[in-house]
Design a protein around this ligand. Structure first.
Ligand code: F6P
Length: 319
């Protein structure tokens, strides 16, 4: 049996350690490891190669993915999925491990229903927005990137007595924003999931400013789509000269943290084991309350992720 690995959608730190472990662990188990380069587009384009230990030496510490990634519109046309299947079949690849987010798992779900292909998903997205798992590969590094940027912004904000609106990524999900706002000591946090009481925030912050506070940090998730409005609001309502900092794609990069590397290994070993056991597939590996889970694809793909109550409650105390 040959097993392939592919990264799909937004890249996330931790993908490279996963790819490395995959090659080593597949070889160890006597299986031929294959790389599908450049995600679903690569699967359609036959960008598939046998992987060797040499391909993965010296990649463990790198962000991004050495096998590339993509988002594919063509995938949603059956004729391209047929081509993808033929590309797998001619190499006797029956199983794929996919590192990606919800969109990638949905894409694989469609594929596995149509063709005789087995798949195991490993949650990998800095957005940390996949249903059924508390953790996705990449989020820990992204949180540390945000923490680092925010600590630096605080230096200049406090020196210049300014307000700052810091925009984080995360698509429709506020996890990255909320968790970093808590960890970085932001005074305000705006995420799509919760409506911030701006009148109350104004009252509290004006009182603090009267008592000597000279800067305010507001974290805002990109999904709120009101970054410029918040700059205006802070200038008008708090009387602080305010700047914005859109962190953007730096959040997707950087060397994976120790936690991320260890989790990448755990996920991959489990994914390969599931495929070797052969009785189960089309599952996504999740991580919840310190335990790894095998989640049915139906319980993950297209399902909504909810930020835990515990994190939302902690937001009430920021400021
Ligand atoms: O899903 C990861 C992510 O970085 C989101 O946070 C962001 O909204 C999106 O990808 C950006 O997508 P693209 O790489 O297509 O610009």
């Amino acid at each position: 049996m040959s097993i392939a690995i592919m990264c799909s959608g937004g890249d996330a730190p931790g993908m490279n350690p996963a790819v490395k472990k995959f090659v080593d662990y597949a070889n160890f188990n006597g299986k031929t490891p294959y790389f599908i380069y450049n995600g679903l587009e690569g699967l359609i384009n036959d960008d598939i190669k046998k992987a060797s230990h040499k391909d993965v030496s010296g990649i463990l510490h790198k962000g991004g993915s050495i096998i590339g990634s993509s988002r594919s519109k063509r995938w949603y046309e059956k004729k391209y999925r047929q081509i993808a299947y033929e590309n797998m079949k001619k190499r006797a690849i029956e199983s794929i491990i996919v590192l990606g987010g919800d969109g990638s798992f949905r894409a694989m779900d469609i594929f596995c229903r149509e063709f005789d292909v087995r798949f195991v998903g490993i949650p990998a997205t800095i957005d940390n927005d996949i249903a059924g798992t508390e953790y996705c590969l990449g989020v820990d590094t992204a949180l540390n990137v945000i923490r680092d940027a925010s600590d630096k912004i605080r230096d200049t904000a406090s020196t210049f007595k300014r307000g700052f609106v810091i925009e984080t990524m995360g698509r429709e999900c506020g996890y990255l924003c909320a968790t970093s706002a808590i960890a970085c000591g932001a005074e305000l946090c705006m995420i799509p999931e919760v409506a911030l009481d701006l009148n109350l925030a104004k009252k509290i912050l004006l009182e603090e400013i009267k008592n000597g506070r000279n800067y305010v940090l507001c974290f805002i998730a990109e999904g709120v789509n009101k970054t410029d409005c918040m700059v205006e609001w802070m200038e008008k309502n708090l009387g602080l000269e305010t700047r914005k900092s859109v962190l953007g794609y730096i959040q997707r990069g950087g060397n994976p943290t120790v936690f991320e590397r260890l989790m990448a290994f755990e996920f991959v070993v489990r994914a390969v084991d599931i495929l070797l056991r052969s009785e189960k597939s089309n599952v996504v590996i999740g991580y919840k309350e310190g335990k790894f889970l095998e989640l049915d694809i139906e319980d993950v793909a297209g399902k909504k992720y909810h930020i835990s109550r515990h994190i939302l409650d902690m937001l009430n105390y920021i400021g």
